[in-house]
Design a protein around this ligand. Structure first.
Ligand SMILES: Nc1nc2c(ncn2[C@@H]2O[C@H](COP(=O)(O)OP(=O)(O)OP(=O)(O)O)[C@@H](O)[C@H]2O)c(=O)[nH]1
Ligand SMILES: [Mg+2]
Length: 230
């Protein structure tokens, strides 16, 4: 199932158009009575401080009465220590890695490459004994920006030495990064586990809703299997 979705992600990636910025929309945003749309909300930069908890209770459908707890954790280095108390009793981690950032540095440490930092963090999560039973789901995010960056002529091989003479298109680059993350999971997980990955553009709310629905189903199925209900 994961592979199927990932391929769908590649198609979406190749079709993707770059999102507009707030500056393109200044008249609308500055108008009296402006109300942010869903697109505006996902385009806002709102740094997560510490950990934010969200609870959802389904009122209808097959999941009626079931409650989900979602914890959004800050990804900045100074926020990561706050994650550990939440490792105890979770079913799944959705890990977002920005694949367009292969040529960027961390704001908190300009000597560190952002994608490299994501990979090291992913490796640490995969290696954790505390998390060995937790389902890990990787979102290779910011595919629209990856596409735009490569179309502008930025060369992956200039920043990622191991990229070699592979083609400098978004599809090849995304596949290459996905394989790197997969290798880390395979090599560093304390127990064998499945690699679930999706190519995402989080600001594309329609496509993301489809991905999230698939992920939700996958987590649910895993949970029921673990509880021996399936
Ligand atoms: N173009 C584009 N922008 C994205 C995408 N995903 C996130 N962004 C933008 O990236 C910025 C940062 O997003 P946040 O959600 O604040 O990032 P975060 O990873 O939660 O950061 P922390 O809360 O500090 O951990 C926002 O302006 C988002 O709109 C994407 O797939 N494509
Ligand atoms: Mg955040």
């Amino acid at each position: 199932m994961a592979a199927l979705w990932a391929d769908a992600g590649i198609q979406a990636l190749l079709r993707h158009e770059v999102k507009r910025s707030f500056l393109d929309d200044v008249a609308r945003v500055a108008a009296r009575g402006y109300e942010p749309s869903d697109d505006d909300v996902v385009r806002a930069r709102l740094r997560t401080m510490g950990v934010q908890e969200y609870r959802f209770k389904f009122e209808r459908g097959s999941e009626s009465g079931r409650e989900w707890f979602i914890y959004d954790v800050g990804g900045a280095r100074s926020s990561r220590h706050a994650w550990f108390p939440y490792f105890d009793d979770i079913n799944a981690i959705i890990f977002l890695a920005p694949i367009s950032c292969f040529d960027e540095k961390l704001a908190e440490d300009p000597s560190v490459n952002r994608l490299q930092d994501s990979m090291l963090l992913w490796k640490a999560v995969c290696s954790s004994k505390l998390l060995k039973k937790v389902q890990l789901i990787l979102f290779l995010n910011k595919c629209d920006l990856l596409h735009a960056k490569l179309a502008r002529g930025v060369k992956v091989a200039r920043y990622v030495m191991t990229y070699g003479d592979r083609s400098n298109d978004a599809r090849t680059a995304a596949k290459y990064f996905r394989q790197q993350f997969k290798d880390l999971l395979t090599r560093h997980s304390p127990e064998q586990r499945e690699f679930y990955s999706f190519l995402t553009t989080a600001v594309d709310t329609k496509a993301t809703a489809v991905t999230v629905a698939a992920v939700r189903e996958g987590i649910q199925r895993n949970h029921l299997k673990d509880a021996d209900i399936l």
